[in-house]
Design a protein around this ligand. Sequence first.
Ligand code: GDP
Ligand code: GDP
Length: 453
Amino acid sequence: SEFAAFDARAAEEVAAEEEQQAQPVLAVVGRPNVGKSTLVNRILGRREAVVQDVPGVTRDRVAYDAQWSGRRFTMVDTGGWEPGATGLQGAVAAQAEFAMTTADAVLLVVDATVGATATDEAVVRVLRRSKRPVLLAANKVDDQRLLADTAALWSLGLGEPHPVSGLHGRGSGDLLDAVIAALPEAPREGERAVGPRRVALVGKPNVGKSSLLNKLAGEERAVVDSVAGTTVDPVDSLVELDGELWRFVDTAGLRRKVQTASGAEYYASLRTKTAIDAAEVAIVLLDASEPLSEQDLRVVSMVVDAGRALVLAFNKWDLVDDERRHQLAKEIDRGLVRVPWAERVNVSALTGRAVRKLAPTLRTALASWDQRVPTGQLNGWLSELIAATPPPVRGGKQPKVLFATQAGIRPPTLVLFATGFLEAGYRRFIERRFRERFGFTGSPVRINVRVRE
Ligand code: GDP
Ligand code: GDP
């Protein structure tokens, strides 16, 4: 189908993009009762609720968003984790193994008032095999007098021990400075460029793009080619809809129709691509009076591929009778299966029918495109989902999903940390349930899997 190309999009390309987008992960490991959870809470400023500790009950690893000095990272608290391994030493070593395979850096927490135990030393032996940076927190250093206990932890051979008090907060700033320095450069989430939001109005020839643009502009009498104090790229149109100014990108060609004798289709598709790339949200205009075509679906998939928010507008609704409406519903069911999340508006550029609905629909799509689910909330939901429906066994192995973060927005991108490949069907299942829970109407959602073995 038309969407085959989207599905087949080079996996490496997506993975490479993800590696860049994903925020770095810090895993916190250490023996029980050294104060890992207390320290994690301290670092989070208790912004996210932490699961209640129930002694003897296995708690899933939980991941949270953390931020320090303007840098974002994901913190995984292995605090309550009791894997199948036998004995304390085995359990803590397994925890360290987990941390090494999924995290970009590891924070080993030791109780400075107790000093290095045999278990701590066993963990260090495991962590030494890791190529990832390991930081050492000497916890429970509540006051100056305990600094000597901190110095004793140099013996672990992990470099400088950072004295902290998870309980009182002492030293946590210095520790976080060291954490940030050890983590790979995180992408800074640049604020969106200010100014009107950028809309692409696209669709195959003759669906009514220029008619709609003129209608929108005329209706609101607000198309402006320049606004006081603003420089407007002359190929764009500023249009006021519903009390808000929008930038319709790359509309020069729409407003003044230029017909190229040869290669017209090629140039039309190139222009479509350019407009989509320049936009944040695309209105794909479809001709409701005609059967949905391959060309229509190709434009839709261009928007999804580009990761832009999407609104589907069925134009020429004035020509649609009951019979056609019935037929169209079937075509939509069959043809638009990949974008059930896109809102549809039935409009007429000729009569002006429902064009007022476009602005609210654009706002919904953009809000979804900008939306981020906090890591704690995401994992609470995910662990329940996966417990109820685990990933299918592949080649005799059951891949495990360890945790997830929403690595990016525009478009929203999830990264699942797993012990094995998750097939496309299962990723789609996760996406479906994710949308049921969190919405994201009008925006594509990308789900990528990071496997570290
Ligand atoms: P975890 O099992 O490693 O996650 O440890 P917890 O965070 O549950 O802490 C274990 C115990 O140590 C709790 O009673 C905490 O109140 C206590 N604790 C944690 N951090 C500190 C600290 O910095 N100073 C002191 N004095 N006690 C702490
Ligand atoms: P574009 O190539 O996508 O820019 O399409 P145009 O705006 O040039 O429209 C193509 C043809 O469809 C023109 O003859 C328009 O008058 C007609 N048209 C556009 N919108 C509507 C509509 O809502 N209803 C009807 N009946 N005709 C329309």
